[in-house]
Ligand binder design. Structure first.
Ligand SMILES: [Zn+2]
Length: 101
């Protein structure tokens, strides 16, 4: 895959969940790549808090997001649309408090 053809389908806070989502997408025929942000997270890396971006081809990204939404582990922030884990209480992107589904 060429990098310019890739798009971030979602960002997850736990590496193990990223692997679950990757497996889920690949089962659906959507190849994806994980980018672990632990070593360039800001401002200070937090133990146990690993941010992982999931990249797919641009042509797959929209479908990937829909599939990820169907996966009960993730949800979209009501304020900014950023993909967050359903159990999170605060959006890691904009800081919005998330209502439990
Ligand atoms: Zn948000």
């Amino acid at each position: 895959m060429e990098i310019e053809d890739l798009e971030i389908a979602c960002t997850v806070m736990q590496e193990e969940n990223a692997y679950i989502i990757r497996g889920f997408l690949e089962n659906e025929g959507i190849p994806c790549q994980l980018e672990n942000l632990a070593f360039h997270a800001e401002p200070i890396p937090v133990a146990g808090l690993t941010k992982v971006r999931i990249w797919t081809k641009k042509s797959d990204a929209e479908r990937a997001r829909k599939l990820i939404e169907e996966c009960e582990q993730v949800a979209a922030c009501s304020a900014c649309g950023h993909t967050v884990m359903a159990k999170d209480t605060v959006c890691d992107f904009c800081g919005e408090s998330l209502d439990p589904a």
